[in-house]
Design a protein around this ligand. Structure first.
Ligand SMILES: NC(=O)c1ccc[n+]([C@@H]2O[C@H](COP(=O)([O-])OP(=O)(O)OC[C@H]3O[C@@H](n4cnc5c(N)ncnc54)[C@H](O)[C@@H]3O)[C@@H](O)[C@H]2O)c1
Length: 213
């Protein structure tokens, strides 16, 4: 299916959530699901679900429900999940090691292949079976190991420098945990993860004075 550039970020966020629910239903051997059932599970209106699915393709007929296999395949194709994305971590400190210790990314097709650092005390160590390698070897590792995602877990002072090295080495996706905005060419995609922003959103939701929901 052709990628529809008009699909909004909020729809994409919901599609990632549908995908997780569909996987859960699949594991329970469910074969067909209606927008009504999915909506009830997820707290989303069935009409919005149908609208989201229609935005990425035509699968399912009114009143017949959706074949889970097809749905999973199509959403997976749309999100680029039907292939493995090899990842590396830049910065093997607190956060980098925590991410490497989590097995969940590997299970969904995003294995971490190595961590990179400049601290000689860390180099050669293994975190959850994954080696910490000297930053000097970054470029050749990316080229030789089919790496397409770099995870930035370094401190602010070297974030842009590390970004430039990743871009220069041909990385096409950066998962940026550094809480610092980075500059990249148009063909490199960035997803920022900022824990503080998420915490501020929670604070807003708890702030009775302004929370109108
Ligand atoms: N620790 C957290 O819970 C947390 C949460 C959210 C965001 N962050 C962000 O993640 C980043 C890392 O935080 P942390 O707590 O893991 O820091 P940290 O100091 O524990 O780890 C940073 C690591 O980067 C290494 N490093 C420094 N310069 C480097 C370079 N040029 N190339 C490669 N590695 C280099 C250091 O040797 C160190 O091992 C920060 O930007 C921080 O704001 C951290």
């Amino acid at each position: 299916m052709e990628k529809d550039k008009t699909v909004s970020n909020t729809t994409i966020r919901r599609l990632t959530k549908y995908y997780r629910y569909i996987e859960e239903l699949n594991s329970k051997n469910v074969k067909i699901v209606s927008s009504y059932t999915l909506g009830k599970m997820m707290g989303i209106s069935p009409s919005l679900i149908r609208q989201d699915f229609n935005a990425i393709g035509e699968f399912g007929r009114q009143g017949h429900g959706y074949q889970l296999d097809t749905l999973k395949q199509e959403i997976g194709n749309f999100l680029g999940l039907n292939k493995v994305h090899n990842m590396i971590v830049i910065g093997a400190g607190n956060l980098g090691q925590t991410l490497a210790n989590y097995d969940g990314f590997d299970k969904v097709g995003f294995p971490i292949k190595a961590l990179f650092d400049i601290n000689p005390k860390l180099i050669g160590m293994k975190i959850n079976g994954v080696e910490i390698i000297d930053l000097d070897n970054l470029k050749s590792f990316i080229k030789n190991n089919n790496i397409d995602i770099g995870i930035l877990c370094v401190r602010k002072h070297c974030v842009q420098e590390m970004t430039d090295i990743l871009v220069d080495a041909g990385i096409k996706g950066i998962w940026n945990f550094s809480a610092t905005d980075i500059n990249v060419p148009d063909d490199v995609k960035v997803e920022n993860v900022n824990f503080s922003n998420s915490l501020f959103t929670l604070s807003y939701l708890m702030n009775d004075k302004y929370n109108l929901a």
